[in-house]
Structure formats: C-alpha cells, structure tokens
Design a protein around this ligand. Structure first.
Ligand SMILES: [Zn+2]
Ligand SMILES: [Zn+2]
Length: 708
C-alpha cells in the first residue's frame, strides 16, 4: 500500500495553526511543493490556501482528513520569498496565512479560473508587449553627463560588493540628481540577463515619472509596475512575470515589497523616510524595513535614497552601520531655494485698510505672500501653494448657538466640500468614515440660517486665489480633484506643460515631482503640526517642507535663479523652521535625535501598540487594562519594558466603533518581541480570530507604529 501524502496549508484567516489535508495523487498527480497554491474544502465552503508542509504524518486521524480539491498552475514561491513572509508574519505578529495569501494577486486566487490561467497569461503578455512599445521614456542622463559629485557617489556605490549585503544611505539635496545616480548604479546589477531589481517608491503618483525614466535607462529590460492603481489582471501578470524571473525591474509602492523575486540582485527604496511605506491596515508592515531584511537575507545591496532621511536610517549611517553617500549640490547648478518665514502675527505682513490689492473679505493669504505671488506671475513663473487640508472648510458652525458640523458616527467634524468636488452638490463629508450629507440650510439646533465656515481647505484657498488674481490660471490638486475630473497624472502634466500659473494643493504636490518652472512655493497653515501629540510630527513637517521647497527652482536652463519658499507661521522661532532656513538637514536630525534620546523614544526604544475596538470606549479600555494587569502578573513587565495606561485614540470613534490603544515600549527589540508573542498567545486563547469571546472587543497588535 502506498503511504498517504499529508499536506499542511495555511489560509487567509487570523488563525495561527496550519490545516492538514490528504493529497490524492491519482487525481492531482505527483505531490505538491511547499509554496504552492491549492484549493481546500474549509468548513462549509472552500478556500485558497498555501502549502507549507508535505509529509506522511498528521497529528489528526487520517480517516478524518479531507482532500485537497485542486492545485493552481503556478510555480511555488521560492525559498527566499517564503523566508521573507515567515519573517514578516513573526515580526509583525500576524498569522502566516493572513500574511501570505493577500500578497497573491486576486486574479490568481480564483480556482474556477485555474485551468485557463496559462493561456490567459500568454494572451495578456502578448497584448502588453504591443502596448509596451508605445510607452514613453524620458530623463536618461548618460554617465558622462553626471556632475563631479554624482560621479563620485556612483564610484563609491560601485565599490560596494554586489554579492554582499550592504545598506547604503544616498542622502542628497532635492534636485541633486539622486535618481540618475541610482539608475546608473542599477545598470551594473542588471548586466546579468536574469538579474532582477526591486525599486520602491512611496506613492502611486510618483510611479509614472520614474517609470518613464527607468524605461529610458533600460529599454531592453522587462519592467513591471505594481501599485494599487493597476488592474487586477495587470497585477496578476506582473506578479507572474516577477516570480518566473521574466521581469527584470519591479517598480512599485509598498505592496510590491513582498513580491517573490527569485533572482533579486539589488533594491532601491526611494524617499525612504516617507511614512507611506508603512501599511496601515491588515498586516501593518514597513515596506522599507522588510526590504532591508530581505536584502540582508539574500545578500544583496540596498540603497535608501532621501533628501531628509528618517532618523533611524540617518543614525545607522552616522554610526557606520550603513554606508553614507552624499550629494550636496543641485545637479543643474541652481542654488537651493531661499526660505522666507512670514510671521503672521506681525502687522507688517498683513493687509491694512486701504492697501492696494487688498481682497474684499478677510484675506486668507498674508500681504507678503500675495505680493510675492504677484511678482512671480509677472516673472512668468508658476507658483505652488501648499495647504494640507482638502475640502472647502474643515467645519461649519452656527453663528447664533454652539452647533458645529460633527459626524454622527465619528468623534470628528465633517468637512465642507464645494459643489462638484466630491458630488454634484455641496456636502459635509467625514474624512474618517466617508459619510457625506447635504449642507443644512438652517442650523439643526436653533434654526438660524446664518451658518459660517471655520478654517480653510484647498477649495477655499482656490476661490480666494481666483478672486485675487482673476487673470491667472489656477489648478487645484488634491485627492478630490484627481478623483473627480482627471487622474493625478493629467493634473501633473498640466503643470509640466505650463498650462497653469498657480497650483493649490495638498501634500500630493509636494513630493518628488520634477517641475521645471516653479519660482515660488507658499505654505499655509503649517503650524498645526508643530504641536501634535505625535512625536514624529515635527520630523514629518520638516521633511515635507524640504520636499516642497525642493519643487522650486529646478529649471534645467542655464543661469536660472533658484526659487523661493514662503512659510506662513505664528512661530518662526520653532526649530523646524530655523533649521529649514539654514537648509540644515543634519542639524535638524541631530537636534531631534537628542530630544528622542532624552525622552527614550524611538529609535532609542522600540514600540508596539495593541489596538482595541468595541461598541463603546469603556469596553475597549477595560479590555486593555485587563491585558496590562495580566502582563504584570505574568512577570513580563520588567526593567526596560514599559506598558502605558490604555488611552482613547486621537479620533476616538469612527463609523460607530470606539477605539483605544495600549502602548508597549522596550529598550530591546528582542524583549519586545517576547512580550508581544506572549500578548498574542494570551489574547488568542480567549478569542475567535481577533475578537475576544466575552467582551466582543476586536484587537490587533501593531509593531513599530508610525503614528501614536
Ligand atoms: Zn444654531
Ligand atoms: Zn464619520
């Protein structure tokens, strides 16, 4: 008698255990390999599962085991990809199945389509091949055209052994030509016909630009792009080309970080400081951190590029753990933008009655900034106005009573959006739960018809600018405008083609775009983030201001003056602004490093959050308090490990669910890991999946949170 084949699989559920099934080799052939996708009967339905073990024994009665239903016609994940996902699962305290299955594109997870997959892939690849030939490429800079500093950086990069792990920080001013350096560096890794490289960018809006450049550098190489904007079909094909080694260049956002790449030779993480690399739902991983682990695991170099490195990376470079390569000049020879701080409390900067050009109503822009914009318009240059809030106004209020437009489902205000932005009519929309309601004509509390907006968002500023400069072409760029009318890429093209004079936008306009004719950048309302409860807020604000300032004065024409950035603030003396004034990135980083060290905050300690969600806040808090008591009684709270009191989240109620969190902090990564594993075990004993059986509290452990 032939001994039975027992296959252990994991499924996409918050369950730590694997499940045993029998393999019917007469029906399914041979035996499956670890890392292959199968379909299994599960409960009353069936699920797609990943094979993690193949053997002859089971801890369960053989007779009771069910059989695998079918096998996907896909290659198994390679051992390195499996190691990476295993690590992610352990480090981020997330079950293996719910870590691994979501990384596989939807298209490949439909058992009813498995038979057709091979033909489908061939047909789709043919189609894409034809399309690919028409795609644009631009931005190629020959190695001989690099400036001296870029050449030196490239030399240093090439000295790093290509077959060894090395993390390299490429720190360079905005406009210093970091991309040209790393693309030239990658060409060496790509010499080998089968080699694959992974290129990560923080957000989808930055991919088209980099895509064109990569194509210009490597026209012969097969590149695939992975981000949330590509269709499921394209994603399926891209993933398949990556795992089979057909694609050499994998360009994508954080979701590309877990793509299986059997011939990986180098990784680049562009704008490595960007918080978008942190996944904020499901498994809350940092794509940058996983990329570093991955490079280490498969012994390849990884380059982290930024003008404003994260404190973690910068300290590692300072300490010599990472190679530190710098580019301190702008590649096109233009100087850095001049920084101007406009003290909004200083009457000199504000309009007074009778001023020429004073707007009719209350001015939303200081006189100083308005004059600079006028001058910039005269100079035929574009202006970029940054305000970090979309919508018309963050809240609507009643002038007769205390009514404010609050969301009924969340502990937040609803934002007023003008007609045409989100829907045809003006609405009050909640940015947390998405609920949108028509604007009331009268105060719901007292019936007063005089409702006023408080504060301002992109739409209000757009209106104000259109009124002040009636002849200027104004464009608003935020997630509303990029969703409703044209895609973001079209909006950026309008800026590139000089079809607009003044751009008003959120952080979407600040990052990485290589605009050629921006003479002025204005920043409104930056102060809110100076006093945030989140200790990383200042670091983020600084990085964003450097980024947006860097959009100015990037012209490739000889002799062009550098641009200007004007920041409106009530607190010009703040460290963030003072270091920015001097373009002193290193000074700022060493300033916040001291602050963090004194306070024992990351990266001088390691943190994790336990999130709890329930119908009411008390339940969530009680659940976390009980957890804290339990940790104490188990003797897990010792020197160097701090468990804080549970607190409500900054936005406590979202969509009717109330939320709290418990912060755990440790001086040692290992100790934190041990405690989190114990927390996970303890919670799972009394939970179904991640919902506690008695209190019905939904919980989640998050490692290295980026927002507290
Ligand atoms: Zn009222
Ligand atoms: Zn809401």
């Amino acid at each position: 008698m032939v001994s039975p084949i027992v296959v252990q699989v994991v499924v996409d559920k918050p369950l730590v255990q694997g499940f045993d099934y029998l393999w019917d080799s007469r029906r399914l052939g041979g035996s499956p390999e670890i890392g292959q996708l199968v379909e299994v009967p599960f409960g009353r339905s069936s699920l797609v599962a990943m094979v993690i073990k193949v053997g002859a024994h089971s801890d369960f009665e053989m007779q009771k085991l069910k059989s695998i239903s079918s096998l996907a016609p896909l290659p198994p994940l390679d051992p390195a990809a499996l190691r990476l996902i295993n690590f992610a699962s352990q480090y981020y305290i997330h079950a293996l199945g719910e870590t691994i299955i979501p990384t596989i594109p939807q298209m490949l997870k439909k058992p009813e389509n498995w038979e057709k997959i091979p033909q489908k892939l061939i047909a789709a690849e043919e189609k894409l091949k034809k399309k690919g030939q028409q795609e644009q490429s631009e931005g190629f800079i020959q190695e001989s055209d690099l400036n001296v500093e870029q050449k030196q950086a490239l030399e240093k990069l090439r000295r790093c052994n290509r077959k060894e792990f090395r993390a390299i920080l490429l720190q360079g001013q905005t406009g210093s030509g970091k991309t040209a350096v790393f693309l030239n560096w990658l060409s060496e890794a790509l010499d080998d016909a089968s080699a694959q490289v992974l290129l990560l960018v923080p957000e989808i809006n930055l991919t088209p630009q980099l895509e064109r450049r990569v194509r210009a550098y490597f026209p012969e190489k097969k590149m695939v792009v992975l981000h949330s904007g590509v269709t499921e079909k394209e994603r399926g094909i891209a993933w398949h080309e990556a795992i089979t080694g057909k694609a050499q260049i994998i360009l994508g956002t954080r979701l590309a970080a877990l793509t299986p790449l059997p011939n990986l030779r180098a990784i680049v993480v562009d704008e490595e400081h960007d918080p978008s690399y942190k996944q904020q739902d499901g498994i809350r991983y940092s794509a940058r951190d996983l990329a570093i682990w991955r490079a280490h695991d498969v012994k390849v170099p990884i380059l982290l590029s930024s003008a404003t490195p994260s404190l973690e990376t910068w300290l590692a470079a300072k300490a010599g753990r990472y190679e530190h390569i710098r580019l301190d000049q702008r590649a096109q020879g233009a100087g850095l933008p001049r920084v101007h701080l406009i003290n909004t409390r200083d009457p000199q900067n504000q309009y007074s009655p009778g001023d020429i050009g004073k707007p009719k109503g209350k001015s939303l822009i200081t006189k100083t900034l308005a004059n600079a914009i006028s001058k910039n318009l005269e100079d035929k240059k574009q202006s970029l106005i940054l305000i970090n809030r979309r919508g018309y106004a963050p809240v609507l209020s009643c002038s007769a009573c205390t009514w404010l437009s609050k969301c009924q489902q969340c502990s937040s205000y609803t934002v007023m959006h003008k007609a045409g932005a989100l829907t045809k009519k003006s609405v009050l929309s909640c940015h947390h739960c998405g609920l949108a309601k028509p604007i009331p004509s009268h105060c719901p509390d007292c019936g007063n018809a005089d409702l006023k907006t408080l504060g301002q968002g992109t739409q209000k500023i757009e209106d104000a600018i259109e009124e002040m400069w009636s002849g200027a072409r104004v464009l608003r760029v935020d997630t509303d405008s990029s969703r409703s009318s044209k895609g973001a890429e079209d909006l950026f093209q309008e800026i590139h083609q000089g079809k607009v004079d003044i751009v008003v936008g959120t952080q979407m306009i600040a990052k990485g775009h290589d605009y050629q004719n921006i003479g002025l950048v204005g920043v409104l309302d930056a102060d809110g983030r100076l006093f945030s409860q989140d200790f990383r807020a200042a670091e983020r604000l600084f990085a964003q201001l450097v980024q947006v300032a860097g959009r100015a004065g990037r012209s490739r024409k000889e002799g062009q003056a550098s641009g200007d950035i004007y920041i409106e603030t009530q607190y010009p003396e703040s460290a963030v602004f003072q270091y920015l004034l001097r373009h002193d990135v290193d000074g700022f980083l060493s300033h916040i490093a001291n602050e963090r060290q004194e306070a024992g905050l990351p990266p001088f300690s390691y943190q994790a959050l336990v999130h709890a969600e329930a119908k009411n806040l008390d339940k969530a808090i009680q659940f976390l308090s009980a957890l804290k008591v339990q940790l104490k009684s188990q003797g897990l709270i010792s020197d160097g490990l701090r468990v804080y009191d549970p607190v409500p989240k900054a936005v406590m109620r979202v969509a009717g669910t109330e939320r709290a969190q418990l912060l755990i902090e440790s001086d040692s990564r290992k100790q934190l890991q041990k405690v989190l594993e114990a927390v996970d075990r303890g919670l799972r004993e009394n939970s179904q999946g991640r919902i506690s059986k008695t209190a019905r509290v939904r919980w989640l452990i998050e490692r290295d949170p980026v927002a507290i």
